[in-house]
Design a protein around this ligand. Structure first.
Ligand code: ADP
Ligand code: MG
Length: 782
C-alpha cells in the first residue's frame, strides 16, 4: 500500500458544494445558474443566449440546492465522502487537513461546523474518532483477555486504562484575525493575541495556545460550543468582522502501540487541521462601510487569505515545472508571509492529506464570486503533497529538543559563536519551555483541561447571577461604536461623535467620546512612532498568477518569531520597555437613537487588554418615565454619562501594534427599569429583586404599548342593517376616558377593537394573532 519510509504522493483533493438559495436571492428572484452532474459543475449566464455554460471538474461535487433532487448531498453524505477517509488516515499516522474556501454566506461554517440539528464535518469527525478508539480498545481487550464473564464496571475500568495508555486526543481552536492569533478555547487567554514562533525541531507553533486533552466526544462538544460562542460574540462586536477571520480547529491523535514481536513501543502522531477560512469576496463587494474599509487599508486583515492564494499558485507552478522538467529553479513559496500559511505550512505542499472544499452560492447574483471561487479551486487541484507516517519511538522529540539545547549551550560557551549571547540564551529558554510543555505529565494535562472547563462554567454562572449582566432580561443591544486607537498617534485630542452600528450594519445613533493622551513617564509619546504608511497587504483578488521568486532561503533565520519581524517594520526601534503612557477616556452622551424603548442607556467596553469590563449607566433623567407615546417619538432624547477613566499602559511593541490596528468596541444597550446598581449582586435581597423584576416587566409592557396602535369603536346596527361606527364626544376636557356616548334605546351595539403594529417602530417582535383577549375599560352611567 503506502510506502512508510519515503512517504506517499498525495494530490490535494478538491471538493465543491453549492448551498440552497437564501432568502435574499429568492427575494431578488435571482435565477439558479449552477448545475452539478457527477464530478462536474456547470455555470451558465442566463441573459446570454450564445453563452455556453462554463464547466469545471473536481474530485467531489456536492449539490445541496434542493433536498428533493436525486443527487442531493446532505451533511452526512459529505462527511461520508470526506471525513471518514481523514479519520482513517489519522489512525494510520498521517496528517490531514480541510480548508473551507468561499465567499461569506456560501456555507463554509455550515459545512465545517453545521448547526445543532445538522452537524457538520468537525463534530462528526470528532465523534467518529472517539467511536473508533472505543472499538479498537474493545477489540484489543477481546484479544488480550479471555476471562469469561467480567462485570461492566470492570470493563469500564479496563477501557479507561487502555484508553489513557494507548490513545491521547488533544484539541485546540484558534482564530486568526488581522494576523493576530486568539485562543477560542480558553476564556482567560483570549484577551490578548498569542505569538507565532518557529522552532527548529517543532516548526511553527502558537506560543501559549491551549491544547486541551479530551477523553470523550461530549467534552469536545462542550468546548466547541464555548469556542463558537466566543466567535459569535466577537462578531457582534466587530460588525460581522468574523467573516474576515479564519478559524482553525485542530485535533491531535497520539497512539502508543506496542509491537508484539519486539518489546519496543512506537508512537504515531497525527494532526487534523480543520480550517474555516475568511470570506473570499473582494473588499469592494462585501458591503462593509466605506469608513471602516478605509481604516483597514494598510492593515493585515486579509493578508492570510491573499498569501494563501499566492502559496497555492506557487505550489501549482512548482508542480507543473516539475512535471515538465522545465525549470531547474525552485519556485519560492511565500509561507512565511502570513500567519495562516506559516502555521499550516505542512498542509500545503507538505506532509498532509489535504482537501480544499470550495463553497458557492447557486444564484446568478453571485456569478462573479462563484466563478472566482471555482477558479481558485481549480488551481488547488494541481498541488501535490508528500504525506508520511509520523511514527517515532516515544520521547524522540524530547530527545531532539534536549540535543538542541545542548548544542546551543556549547555554542554559548564558545567565544567565537556567530550569534550573540542574548540570542542564544533566548533560544535555549524557548526550547526549554517547549520541552517542559511536551513532557508534562498526562494527568497534569487532564487536570488543566478540567480547570479550564470549570472556569468556563463559573463565568457562565456568574453571568447568570448578576442581574445587571443578565442582558437578555433587562437590556437590549442597540449597537457597537468602534473607536480606532490610531488616533492616539496624533497629538490632538479626539473629541467626536462615533457612529453606533447595529448588528445589521446600519447606523443607529451616535456616541460622544473624548480620548486624549494625558501623560507619559518619559520623553516618548505615541506620536513619536509615526504610523508607517507603506501598504502592508493587498486585499485578496483571488489568485494572482505572478509568483514571487526570491533568492532568500525560506528556512533562514527560522528561530525568529514571525511576530517580531512584522512589528519591527511598523515601529522602527523601541527597546525601552519602561515607557508608560496614560490615556484619558470619557463617555459624554448617546444621541439619535432610533426609538427609545428603555429608560436609560448602558455602555459596556474593555479598554485594550485590560481584563476588567466597564459597565456604565447613563445619568437618570427625571422626566422620561411620564412621557406619553407621542412625545417619545418626537423628542430628541440625549442620554448623558459622567464616565471618565484613565488607563496606563507600558509602551511595548505589542501595545503600539495594537493601537495601530485595533479599536475599542463600545457596546451600547438600552436599559430597562431602575435596578439599583450597587446592590444588584446581593441575591439574598429577595424583595429588591422582586421589585426590580416588577419594574422591568412594567417597562417592557410600556415598550409593547409603544409598538402597538389600538383603537376602539362602538358600532350600532342602523336601520338598513349595517354596523356603523357612532360618534363619541371626546371634546370635553374633563373626560379622561375615550369619550362619551349616549346610548340609544333599543338598538344592538358592538365594540370593535383594532390592533396594529406601528411600522418601523423598533425591533421588538410582536405576534398580534397570538393575543388571547382584549379588555376595554368599563362603562359608567351618568
Ligand atoms: P459562511 O460561513 O460561508 O459565511 P454560512 O455557513 O454561515 O456561510 O452559511 C450562510 C447561511 O446559509 C447560514 O444561515 C446557513 O445555515 C445557510 N446554509 C449554508 N449552507 C447550507 C446548506 N448546505 N443547507 C442549508 N443551509 C445552508
Ligand atoms: Mg462562516
Amino acid at each position: 500500500m503506502m510506502a512508510k519510509s519515503n512517504g506517499t504522493e498525495a494530490r490535494v483533493q478538491v471538493a465543491v458544494r453549492t448551498r440552497p438559495l437564501n432568502q435574499r436571492e429568492i427575494d431578488l428572484k435571482s435565477p439558479t445558474i449552477v448545475t452539478i452532474q457527477n464530478s462536474q459543475v456547470f455555470v451558465e449566464k442566463p441573459q446570454d443566449k450564445h453563452h455556453t455554460p462554463k464547466t469545471f471538474s473536481y474530485d467531489f461535487c456536492f449539490n445541496s440546492i434542493h433536498s428533493d433532487s436525486s443527487n442531493y448531498a446532505s451533511q452526512e453524505m459529505i462527511f461520508e465522502k470526506l471525513g471518514v477517509e481523514i479519520v482513517k488516515h489519522a489512525f494510520e499516522g498521517y496528517n490531514a487537513c480541510i480548508f473551507a474556501y468561499g465567499q461569506t454566506g456560501s456555507g463554509k461554517s455550515y459545512t465545517m461546523m453545521g448547526s445543532h440539528n445538522d452537524r457538520g464535518i468537525i463534530p462528526r469527525l470528532c465523534q467518529l474518532m472517539f467511536d473508533q478508539i472505543e472499538n479498537k480498545i474493545k477489540e484489543e481487550i477481546n484479544q488480550d483477555i479471555n476471562i469469561e464473564p467480567i462485570n461492566n464496571e470492570k470493563i469500564n475500568d479496563i477501557l479507561s486504562l487502555k484508553f489513557s495508555s494507548s490513545y491521547r486526543v488533544e484539541v485546540s481552536y484558534f482564530e486568526i484575525y488581522n494576523e493576530k492569533v486568539r485562543d477560542l478555547l480558553n476564556p482567560n487567554n483570549n484577551h490578548h493575541a498569542l505569538k507565532v514562533r518557529a522552532n527548529k525541531i517543532l516548526g511553527p507553533y502558537v506560543d501559549g495556545l491551549s491544547q486541551l486533552v479530551v477523553t470523550s466526544y461530549q467534552e469536545i462538544e462542550t468546548l466547541l460550543i464555548e469556542g463558537n460562542n466566543y466567535r459569535t460574540v466577537a462578531s457582534t462586536n466587530m460588525n460581522n468582522e468574523s467573516s474576515r477571520s479564519h478559524a482553525v480547529f485542530t485535533l491531535k491523535l497520539t497512539q502508543t502501540l506496542s509491537t508484539d514481536a519486539s518489546e519496543t513501543q512506537s508512537v504515531k502522531v497525527s494532526k487534523i487541521s480543520l480550517v474555516d477560512l475568511a470570506g473570499s469576496e473582494r473588499a469592494s463587494k462585501s458591503g462593509v462601510q466605506v469608513e471602516q474599509a478605509r481604516f483597514r487599508e494598510g492593515c493585515n486583515i486579509n493578508k492570510s487569505l491573499s498569501t494563501l492564494g499566492l502559496v497555492i499558485s506557487a505550489l501549482a507552478t512548482r508542480q507543473s515545472n516539475e512535471n515538465s522538467l522545465k525549470s531547474t529553479k525552485k519556485t519560492f513559496v511565500p509561507y512565511r508571509d502570513s500567519v495562516l500559511t506559516w502555521l499550516l505550512k505542512d498542509s500545503l505542499g507538505g506532509n498532509s492529506f489535504t482537501i480544499m472544499l470550495a463553497t458557492i452560492s447557486p444564484a446568478y447574483d453571485n456569478y462573479e464570486e462563484t466563478i472566482s471561487t471555482l477558479r481558485y479551486a481549480d488551481q488547488a487541484k494541481k498541488i501535490v503533497n508528500h504525506a508520511v507516517i509520523n511514527e517515532d519511538e516515544p520521547g524522540t522529540i524530547i530527545r531532539e529538543l534536549r540535543d538542541e539545547i545542548d548544542k546551543l549551550r556549547k555554542e554559548l560557551a564558545d567565544a567565537k559563536a556567530e550569534k550573540s549571547a542574548e540570542k542564544l540564551n533566548a533560544e535555549i529558554k524557548e526550547n526549554e519551555k517547549l520541552m517542559q510543555t511536551i513532557s508534562k505529565d498526562w494527568q497534569e494535562r487532564i487536570a488543566e483541561t478540567d480547570k479550564i472547563s470549570k472556569s468556563l462554567l463559573i463565568t457562565q454562572q456568574q453571568k447568570r447571577n448578576d442581574p445587571f449582566f443578565d442582558v437578555e432580561e433587562y437590556n437590549s443591544l442597540i449597537g457597537v461604536a468602534n473607536i480606532f486607537l490610531k488616533a492616539l498617534f496624533y497629538d490632538s485630542k479626539l473629541d467626536y461623535l462615533v457612529p453606533i452600528i447595529n448588528t445589521q450594519g446600519e447606523i443607529s445613533g451616535s456616541l460622544h467620546v473624548v480620548l486624549v493622551q494625558v501623560g507619559t513617564s518619559s520623553m516618548k509619546k505615541l506620536s513619536d512612532f509615526q504610523p508607517n504608511n507603506k501598504p502592508r497587504a493587498s486585499i485578496s483578488e483571488g489568485i494572482s498568477i505572478e509568483t514571487e521568486e526570491r533568492s532568500l532561503s525560506e528556512h533562514s533565520n527560522s528561530q525568529n518569531s514571525l511576530d517580531d519581524e512584522s512589528n519591527d517594520d511598523i515601529i522602527g526601534t523601541s527597546n525601552d520597555k519602561t515607557d508608560q503612557i496614560t490615556v484619558r477616556f470619557a463617555i459624554k452622551e448617546v444621541r439619535d437613537l432610533p426609538q427609545c424603548d428603555g429608560d436609560r442607556v448602558m455602555c459596556r467596553y474593555t479598554f485594550i487588554n485590560q481584563k476588567e469590563d466597564q459597565k456604565i449607566l447613563s445619568i437618570q433623567s427625571a422626566s422620561n418615565d411620564d412621557d406619553t407615546e407621542e412625545q417619545v417619538g418626537k423628542k430628541p432624547r440625549i442620554f448623558s454619562f459622567n464616565h471618565e477613566k484613565e488607563y496606563t499602559f507600558t509602551m511595548t511593541d505589542n501595545f503600539i501594534a495594537t493601537c495601530l490596528e485595533s479599536a475599542v468596541s463600545i457596546e451600547v444597550w438600552y436599559h430597562y427599569s431602575t435596578i439599583p446598581l450597587s446592590i444588584n449582586t446581593n441575591a439574598n435581597n429577595e424583595r429588591t429583586r422582586r421589585d426590580a423584576e416588577i419594574r422591568a416587566l412594567s417597562n417592557r409592557w410600556k415598550e409593547v404599548k409603544r409598538h402597538i396602535q389600538y383603537a376602539v369603536e362602538i358600532h350600532e346596527l342602523d336601520a338598513s342593517g349595517r354596523w356603523e361606527p357612532v360618534e363619541v364626544d371626546a371634546q370635553q376636557p374633563q373626560i379622561i376616558s375615550g369619550g362619551v356616548y349616549r346610548l340609544r334605546q333599543g338598538q344592538s351595539k358592538r365594540l370593535v377593537a383594532r390592533l396594529r403594529v406601528i411600522p418601523q417602530s423598533g425591533t421588538m417582535p410582536l405576534v398580534l394573532h397570538a393575543i388571547r383577549s382584549v379588555e376595554i375599560g368599563s362603562i359608567n352611567t351618568r
